[in-house]
Design a protein around this ligand. Structure first.
Ligand code: PRX
Length: 648
């Protein structure tokens, strides 16, 4: 595999050199107290910390605390401390779905808006520790809402605007939120998304689950006609006129919760990943600075949605803590056409661009002409996140988009990790297409076999992290036992990522994808169990098994094996009905790609579904089904193969 050495141009003005990386990394793992004690000072503390690290991965006693006696406010770190030095600098550059719609919001303006929203929340009774759910499109108000919560010590739970009313309702109830912030409608690709309508239904669903939502703050985005419930719904544009543009930041303990973010796992319903204030902010800001080699005055654009962790750490908290200019894009990569990303880069002179492999593959498919008609001269660093990037897409990104001028940082991390764990650093680490390269400071990756035996040398295995870093999640909201069970019980004493990886002869890390029942569809993480539970909630479905299979654009597609209730007939119409049902239950991101009606599923004699076989069939890999001798009824497999959808 080709190695691309660090070019001289990337070294020029770079924050760190190859030698710096080696020295910093060594210190970070040999003396984490000293290293993080120093870097913890990069944020402003109301009361400085005296303790740095207090963490344990020990079975039955997992506890993670960083900077625990420090007191700070995250929103003050993102806003107030920049006012003197960069109050008039653009904090958020908003680019609407419509190319004619864009505006710049300075740090001073952002501070004012956040304070106003904080005051509106306070006026409606929101206090420190209360949970506020945010269901907004990619508009600046999403950042106002997150920072307003942080300012008053409320814990936000952002729910991606593409989730269904059911999914939102479940998350409102799970977080115990009595306040919801939403918009009338969103705009994506020239179409409206009925957020308020969904929110209204979600509030009813939450009520059935015992959670009363008493306040719905509504941002007017499109001016579309929406229902208003008097006494409960408040228009943001009206409420903001009634409050002051200043609000004292609440002093928060470093370990006070900052946010909950629901994410999918291999079993059960999505869990609320809890991140706290001090360690998270230090880690998000530090990774954002060094991974992107951030320079003063640059324009930085991450195309993620604030509904995902990438939007939290690398659109809002990291960049704003660093006083950067962060671009927020409301739209989609192919509207009005497949040149949009590159046109936005030229329009706003973007220097650092961070996107997902699925978008790169889709735009690569649209043809080079859409890229080549734009300049892109402002670009200096390119980033990738969310799923493994195949070398073909990597090379296209490197050669066509970046014209071999820009290093690509392929950043591996997870909702749980709060920030980037394995990544190149632009001036410091030679690149290999498809490899996330080296661990960030303080990160100790390890490969283990399925019995937990530690693997050395150039080898593939299950990826664990053996010690804590400041951005690590602290618990599953309301269920610490599930936290320990999910992440620390498979390989006791280690954080198990759920990913497989390979370490090559140069010690470079190659993430190969999930080794559990989580699939990654267009960079969106999904539990196969969630899709199965949506399918079996349909009255005609008796049983369902869902697996991922390779998909050219999405990375993985969703393949569903469905057994119908006795007497129900398979049909194309029923397939459509089931797809619509899943979209309705979870959201469009969970749309099944393939549905195969199967009279039976391969099970062991004890009744366990043999997913390994289902995965192989979905992958069109019939020759490698492995041991089928434990099957209760081997004939089931022949039938499944015979009826494989789009058999190759
Ligand atoms: O499988 C890995 C994949 O995305 C998973 C985490 O998903 P989520 O929590 O939604 O966070 C996505 C954004 C950080 C991981 O377990 N993943 C993420 N980044 C990469 C990746 N796989 C390979 N290479 C990456 N750069």
């Amino acid at each position: 595999m080709t190695t691309i050495p660090v070019k001289d141009a990337w070294k020029q003005g770079a924050l760190l050199s190859e030698a710096d990386y080696a020295a910093w990394y060594r210190r970070s793992v040999e003396d984490p107290e000293g290293f993080w004690g120093e870097h913890g000072k990069r944020v402003d503390w109301i009361t400085p910390f005296t303790k740095v690290k207090n963490t344990s991965f020990a079975p039955g006693n997992v506890s993670i605390k960083w900077f625990e006696d420090g007191v700070l406010n995250v929103s003050a770190n993102c806003l107030d401390r920049h006012l003197e030095s960069r109050g008039e600098q653009t904090a958020i550059l908003f680019e609407g779905d419509d190319p004619a719609d864009s505006r710049a919001i300075s740090y001073r303006e952002l501070h004012g808006e956040v304070c106003r929203m904080a005051n509106v929340l306070k006026a409606h009774g929101v206090q420190k520790g209360d949970r506020v759910t945010i269901y907004l499109p990619m508009i600046p108000e999403a950042a106002y809402a997150m920072l307003a919560c942080a300012r008053i010590g409320a814990v936000h739970s952002v729910v991606f605007g593409g989730f269904s009313p059911d999914a939102l309702g479940g998350r409102l109830a799970g977080a115990g939120s009595s306040v919801l912030i939403t918009a009338d409608e969103g705009r994506r690709g020239g179409k409206s998304v009925p957020l308020k309508k969904n929110a209204d239904r979600a509030v009813e669903i939450a009520a059935k689950a015992g959670q009363v939502v008493s306040t719905v703050l509504v941002v007017q985005r499109t001016g579309g006609d929406v229902a208003v419930t008097p006494g409960r719904d408040i228009w943001w544009h009206e409420a903001r006129e009634t409050v002051e543009a200043s609000c004292e930041p609440e002093p928060m303990g470093a370990e006070d919760p900052l946010f909950i973010l629901y994410t999918s796992g291999s079993t059960g319903q999505p869990k609320g990943v809890l991140h706290t204030s001090g360690g998270y902010l230090v880690y998000a800001a530090m990774t954002h600075q060094y991974v992107f080699d951030l320079r003063e005055g640059e324009v930085y654009w991450c195309t993620a949605d604030v509904g995902w962790v990438t939007g939290h750490s690398y659109i809002v908290y990291g960049p704003l803590a660093n006083g950067a200019t962060t671009l927020m894009f409301e739209g989609v990569p192919n509207y009005p056409d497949a040149s949009r990303f590159w046109q936005v880069i030229d329009k706003h002179q973007v220097n650092i661009f961070y996107t997902a492999p699925t978008a790169i593959r889709a735009l690569m498919g649209a043809g080079d002409a859409f890229v080549e008609k734009t300049s892109r001269k402002s670009l200096r660093v390119l980033g990738s996140v969310g799923e493994p990037i195949n070398p073909e897409a990597w090379n296209w990104y490197y050669k066509i988009v970046g014209e071999e001028r820009c290093p690509i940082v392929d950043t591996w991390w997870q909702t749980e990790t709060g920030g980037i764990l394995i990544t190149p650093l632009p001036g410091a680490i030679a690149l290999k297409p498809g490899s996330a390269t080296r661990p960030f400071f303080g990160v100790k990756p390890e490969l283990v076999d399925s019995e937990g035996g530690v693997l050395e040398g150039a080898v593939s295995g299950n990826l664990c992290i053996t010690d804590s870093w400041p951005g690590q999640m602290r618990t599953v909201y309301g269920d610490h036992e599930r936290f320990e069970q999910t992440y620390f019980s498979t390989y006791p004493g280690k954080y198990f990522t759920g990913d497989g990886a390979r370490r090559d002869e140069d010690g470079y890390w190659w993430i190969t994808g999930r080794v559990d029942d989580v699939i990654n569809v267009s960079g969106h993480r999904m539990g196969t169990a969630e899709v199965e539970s949506a399918l079996v909630s349909h009255p005609k479905v008796s049983e369902a098994a869902v697996v991922g299979y390779p998909h050219d654009i999405k990375g993985q597609g969703i393949y569903c094996y469905v057994t119908l209730m006795t007497g129900e007939e398979p049909s194309e119409a029923l397939k459509k009905e089931l797809v619509a049902h899943v979209r309705n239950e979870i959201g469009p991101i969970a749309s099944p790609d393939q549905i195969q009606f199967s009279p039976g599923l391969p099970k062991t004699r004890s009744g366990k579904i043999m997913r390994r076989i289902l995965r192989k069939i979905a992958e069109n890999d019939f020759g490698a089904l492995g041991d089928t001798s434990t099957l209760a009824d081997p004939a089931v497999v022949d039938d499944l193969i015979e009826h494989r959808q789009n058999k190759e």
